[in-house]
Design a protein around this ligand. Sequence first.
Ligand code: MF3
Ligand code: CO
Length: 246
Amino acid sequence: MLKSDDEIKRMAETCRIVAEVLEGIKAQIVPGVTTGELDKAVESAIRSRGGRPAFKGYRGYPASVCTSVNEQVVHGIPGSVKLRLGDIISLDVGVQYRGFYGDAAITLPVGAVSTQAVKLLAVSERALEEGLEKCRAGNRLSDISAAIQRCVEAEGFSIVRSFVGHGIGRSLHEEPQIPNFGNPGEGPELVPGMTLAIEPMVNAGNWEVEILADGWTAVTKDRSLSAHFEHTVAVTKNGLNILTKL
Ligand code: MF3
Ligand code: CO
């Protein structure tokens, strides 16, 4: 579903809310804060900007932000868990505003973290950047996937298979699905007007994940650390527009 320049402008307004909310929450990532408190802060930051938390109620998901700590990969549910010094936490925020969706995620350290965690965060963020580099008209969809996988595996980490990036726009999830692994040169050609959410999930150990009994929280099977970075972007004739970047 290709977007016009005007529609991309409107999506940029939604995505700006996502970016501002993530930026605002950074100061609250301190030892002792509960993930439930972070959820409250995210929800009020979204609503005070006129947006609606896109994840709340989506297939029954109960919160405004996904908070995935340490070995949790994605879709962690906020609650009474307190952050501790040395944890890492992934924060995934989706907003609907004036008919359009935006979706982004970051992973942050809680104070000083292990050398391995520092490297995991750096490599995961770089994997997203290298995927975004490939979001250009004329490339093929799997060029994004291959660039992300190459970056992650070159550093000895692994890329999660069972969750993918996605098209986004008037729905949170649109075609196409965007795996974070694969061979380059496959899938549809990228053309101006495509709006995509690119979201690598990177494990320090094996790529396999399992879902906890709450039906949502994905954790690494080997309980190694995991990180998640995501941006919503638009492919335009003038190059890439990273809509969830401030
Ligand atoms: N970024 C994730 C996605 O695109 C977050 C979804 S959380 C959910 O699917 F609760 F909405 F499922
Ligand atoms: Co997403």
